[in-house]
Design a protein around this ligand. Structure first.
Ligand code: MN
Length: 335
């Protein structure tokens, strides 16, 4: 159901009632997450709010440039046990692009105590998976990106779409639609994109920064992944993996895996793409993509993960062979 105008007004009421706002987003922030954090920062500062931000994992280099200075990362720059004192004076927490505790590791306890202490939480999200974390939630599962909801929010409450806001939201919507080529790239997103270009977003510059900014290490990591490509079920399912040693030997790191899963979808027969990335704790991050014939969220959900119909993810225990067999079995059950 589309978000009602009165919900936007209620969210604005929460913002007006606060002075110091903390914005955060999910683990492994993507373009949508970063674009939302940036756009909300701009809007809130223009509204006279004191804005602070916290990330749950480091940004990839191509998103770092979106922010005027480095945003602290939980675990690296701020210890979990210091959250209460660090953010004691925050009165509003805004969570963008997720509403799930599994996507906010390290924040669970603090969110609970913060809420009990009277801090308010505003959630802006477009995922179906939902822990109901907010006092007010702007949730639109039909939105292709959380940035789309942020755009509607700005319009509904009369906040200015400055060139900086336009750029941030354009990054959010373009990256979450795979540069307007996934199944979620509907007419609404193209209308929004047109408005944002009108407001100052420069697609060619953004494209270069987001998609033509590989380091040689990242390209080498991609070739490793492609070397590990296997096709199953007459080419309908593609599996790939990246191990810790692939990162070490190519000089790349976790954020470099972003979007690499899409490469194998160039193969005509491939309907479902799966990428396993070995994590530092020995588990595997399994990402799933579908061209549309199967709902990969259902596959991820079977193992406790979540996401969207065409893009989902879940963390699995190793070893890789077992993880792969379980995922393949579940995909076949869904087909
Ligand atoms: Mn998103």
């Amino acid at each position: 159901m589309p978000i009602q105008n009165k919900q936007y007004k209620a969210a604005l009421g929460l913002i007006h009632a606060s002075k110091k706002v903390l914005i955060t987003t999910h683990l492994r922030p993507d373009g949508d997450a970063c674009g939302c954090v940036r756009a909300m920062t701009e809007g809130l500062r223009a509204a006279g709010k004191d804005v602070r931000r916290l990330l749950l994992s480091p940004l990839s280099s191509w998103y770092e440039a979106m922010f005027e200075h480095k945003i602290p990362v939980l675990g690296n720059d701020i210890k979990k046990e210091h959250l209460p004192e660090k953010f004691a004076d925050i009165d509003l927490i805004i969570i963008v692009d997720t509403n799930s505790l599994v996507q906010l590791p390290g924040l669970e306890d603090w969110l609970k105590t913060a809420r009990a202490a009277g801090k308010k939480i505003l959630v802006i999200d477009h995922h179906v998976t939902n822990d109901g974390l907010g006092d007010i939630e702007l949730i639109d599962a039909a939105a292709s990106a959380a940035g789309e909801i942020i755009y509607d929010f700005f319009k509904a409450v009369g906040w200015a779409i400055t060139p900086a806001v336009a750029e941030a939201i354009f990054i959010a919507i373009s990256t979450d639609t795979g540069w307007f080529k996934y199944g979620n790239a509907d007419s609404r997103i193209f209308h929004t994109a047109a408005d944002l270009i009108q407001a100052g977003a420069k697609p060619n510059e953004i494209y270069r920064r987001m998609y033509q900014s590989f380091t040689p290490s990242r390209l080498k990591l991609m070739t490793r992944m492609l070397d590990h490509l296997e096709l199953h079920d007459n080419g309908r399912i593609a599996t790939q993996y990246i191990l810790r040693k692939d990162f070490d030997e190519t000089g790349s790191s976790g954020p470099d895996t972003e979007n690499l899963i899409d490469e194998c979808q160039r193969i005509q027969t491939v309907d479902i793409a799966v990428l396993f990335v070995e994590l530092s704790d020995g588990k595997f991050r399994c990402s799933l993509r579908s061209k549309g014939n199967i709902d990969v969220r259902k596959v991820a959900q079977k193992f406790g993960g979540g996401g969207h119909t065409l893009a989902s993810g879940v963390n699995l225990q190793g070893p890789l062979d077992i993880a792969k067999a379980s995922i393949l079995a579940e995909i076949r059950a869904q087909l």
